[in-house]
Design a protein around this ligand. Structure first.
Ligand SMILES: O=P(O)(O)OC[C@H]1O[C@H](O)[C@H](O)[C@@H](O)[C@@H]1O
Length: 706
């Protein structure tokens, strides 16, 4: 039972994880060769940073030596995976299948390790230190990640390193997670969790075994939905640039295999591309996929990750996600090492295709079509892209350049899951400042910015004026209403009164202000259409937007394509040659002098909650505010309103509502002066002052600022 397994690790550019390869080695084998991926670009950057810190020359990105927390094995192979480190350091965290003799491994692998550690101690290294006689448990399915293992590129060393593991199954305990733990991972119609350790107070919740169970559950759900016990189903899987992407990709693939589904890996992809793969009819790209999974946590910090699921009907909603998580909890209890091994040796197949080529060529074709089938309708336009080191870098080289645009000055196109430049989020002030600066510095005609997984976007005109929030909606509404006069535009709840009058009075359309949440907005547009009210655009102030002509696909890149179409067709018709065509379209949109959002937190543990759910408490606050409005002659409740309390008064308006996900009451205020904003703030402050579990400090700051 305790026979030592010797695994020879061979550094190549393959991209399979060491762990999954080791998994496939029959227990009887005494020696095997395993390939290690040299890494994604982001991780290569870490490697170079580490090289510099080790006094060795880095090759590029000299200015970015800010990531210092990865451990180094000075020779041959470097283990830099924080998740591996945590598996070693906290053996109870994951399912433990094997024991890994760290002492022996470190010693045999690297005699200089100890010296190096003494010189440069850090917490991860100490977790890996050849420990006091210690045998630490190693979750074999955990990521001895391809991209987190690399060797110094500038040292002429052997390409092989040896790990010793014993092959005995461990009886160490498996963390017992139940349905409640799984349901905590639900975030509306997404799944989100912590995938990388190291952030205080944020323990890992998206372990690999949890991920396997979730993917297996999606497989089960899909089989049930498609009533397809006898037909082979395939699921496409893509990911954004997060550092945990590869680990979760492998875990998702294993989980789908457990349910007997075929896996088609797309690699780095966008969320809309994943949905699109369920619609594409092209067998050479193994499409259509019966289902799709995007591994992403959108704009959240580097340590988070999650999943979005699609079928050809669109993104899965809350009810289905809950169902999948409940199934996952059951699977988790019963999944065994044996199931996982079978999934890798069984009938399921895992293939890779470059689907982004199909998706991007669809975007290119759409612009060409709009410009009367011109091959390069954007010749002469200078457009800069800011992908925030997420997955959207493709837009410059694969969409704009084939259309003839110049893209010099584009920035942060390379995927880097530490998001070193700014948060990839068009709602973020710093991000918008970054793209605005790039437009002005490069004297570009237009700037385009995406979030991490490219389902949200915003733009900037040549003068540096932002097309985001209400202005982006106004622009898209103008474009869509030219094509479909009189149509209804569905938006989220925090849109301005100015937007309503712009859509209705200037553009002749109808504004249907619904709830916050991209899925809510899209579903409402679909519902309106099916009930006979024509609508072609569902869009949020967050930069999410979907068009009927694009299968109601929530696609930030397609929103930008609509803008490009406008530029290209105006040029083709001789009616404009720069972004003023766009700026002119939003002429007449009234904008408030003051627009702010304060997020008032509910303390879930406050005694005033009396054990109630924070939502119930929030509803009580809203009810109280509602009652207080009735008696105030200066205020008027919005006649039609689908969430929270929206009130007009003092020349502006406010909306207090419950956040979709968090124990927070977001308060949006728009007014024509600071004083009026304060008056509106005071209305809310007076109504909520007795609610001690509500953190009103931001509101106090506003009301005391005058
Ligand atoms: O309700 P909030 O906390 O403001 O969050 C609302 C937002 O949540 C997520 O980010 C969704 O992707 C958005 O579509 C939604 O608008």
């Amino acid at each position: 039972m305790n026979r030592m397994r010797k695994v020879r690790v061979n550094c190549t550019n393959g991209d399979e994880s060491v762990a999954s390869r080791i998994n496939r080695i029959p227990p009887s084998a005494s020696q095997a060769t395993v390939a290690i991926d040299a890494g994604t670009r982001g991780n290569t950057t870490y490697a170079r940073t580490l090289q510099r810190q080790a006094g060795e020359p880095g090759r590029r990105n000299e200015g970015r030596a800010r990531r210092t927390h990865f451990p180094i094995f000075k020779e041959k192979t470097h283990i830099s995976s924080p998740d591996l480190v945590s598996s070693l350091a906290s053996p109870m965290e994951g399912k433990v299948f094997q024991k890994f003799n760290v002492e022996q491994c470190c010693y045999l692998q690297n005699k200089q390790f100890k010296t190096r550690y003494q010189r440069e101690p850090n917490p991860y290294m100490s977790a890996l230190l050849p420990c006091p006689r210690g045998k630490l448990a190693w979750n074999l399915n955990s990521s001895l990640r391809a991209h987190t293992l690399f060797k110094y590129q500038n040292t002429a060393i052997s390409k092989q390193t040896t790990f010793y593991c014993n092959a005995a199954l461990s009886s160490a305990s498996v963390p017992s997670l139940d349905k409640t733990d799984f349901l905590k991972l639900q975030n509306g119609s997404d799944i989100r969790g912590v995938a990388v350790p190291g952030v205080e107070g944020e323990p890992v919740s998206l372990h690999e075994p949890v991920t396997e169970a979730i993917a297996a559950a999606f497989g089960q759900w899909l089989l049930h939905k498609k009533k397809a016990e006898s037909r082979r189903l395939r699921v496409s899987v893509g990911h954004d640039s997060r550092i945990s992407a590869q680990t979760l990709l492998e875990a998702v693939s294993r989980g789908l295999g457990v349910s007997g589904l075929d896996v088609v890996q797309f690699g780095l992809a966008s969320t809309p591309a994943m949905f699109n793969s369920t619609l594409t009819e092209d067998e050479s790209f193994l499409c259509p996929a019966d289902g799709a999974i995007m591994i992403t946590a959108s704009h959240l910090p580097y340590n988070r990750n999650g999943f979005k699921f699609f079928t050809s009907d669109g993104g899965l909603g809350k009810v289905d996600i809950k169902n999948i998580l409940e199934r996952a909890a059951d699977i988790y209890k019963n999944i065994s090492d044996e199931n996982l091994r079978k999934s890798q040796t069984g009938n399921s197949s895992t293939k890779k295709v470059d689907y982004m080529a199909v998706y991007t060529s669809g975007l290119v074709k759409a612009v060409r079509r709009a410009a009367g089938d011109l091959e390069k309708p954007l010749v002469g336009f200078h457009i800069v892209v800011d992908a925030g080191n997420g997955a959207g870098g493709f837009f410059a080289a694969k969409v704009l350049e084939p259309l003839g645009a110049i893209t010099t000055g584009s920035q942060f196109l390379e995927p880097d899951g530490m998001f070193p430049n700014h948060i990839p989020n068009p709602e973020d002030k710093t991000a918008m400042e970054a793209i605005t600066k790039a437009v002005l510095d490069n004297k570009a005609d237009l700037g385009i910015i995406f979030d991490t997984d490219v389902d949200r976007s915003a733009a900037v005109d040549s003068t540096g004026r932002e097309f985001n929030r209400n202005r982006l909606i106004a622009l898209l509404s103008a474009i869509v209403l030219e094509e479909h006069p009189g149509t209804t535009i569905v938006t989220d709840s925090v849109t301005s009164d100015g937007l309503t009058s712009f859509i209705e009075k200037k553009l002749g359309g109808k504004h249907h202000r619904f709830k916050r949440g991209y899925k809510n907005v899209i579903d409402e547009a679909i519902r309106l259409n099916s009930s006979g009210e024509e609508t072609h655009l569902a869009i949020e102030t967050s930069g999410h937007g979907a068009l009927k002509e694009n299968h109601w696909l929530d696609d930030g890149a397609y929103l930008m394509v609509k803008i490009l179409n406008k530029l290209a067709s105006a040029r083709a018709a001789g009616s404009g040659s720069g972004s003023e065509v766009l700026t002119d379209l939003v002429e007449g949109l009234e904008e408030p002098k003051v627009a702010l959002e304060l997020r008032l937190k509910i303390d879930k543990n406050h005694p005033d909650l009396e054990g109630k759910d924070f939502r119930e408490y929030g509803e009580t606050v809203l009810q109280h505010l509602s009652n207080s409005i009735e008696t105030n002659p200066n205020l008027k409740r919005a006649p039609v309103n689908y969430e929270g309390i929206r009130v007009s008064g003092f020349g502006g308006w406010f909306l207090l509502r419950l956040s979709l996900h968090d124990p927070v009451l977001p308060l949006n205020i728009e007014a024509q002066s600071e004083d009026d904003a304060v008056k509106l703030g005071l209305v809310v402050a007076n109504a909520v002052k007795e609610f001690n579990a509500l953190d009103t400090s931001a509101l106090s700051k506003l009301t005391h600022s005058s």
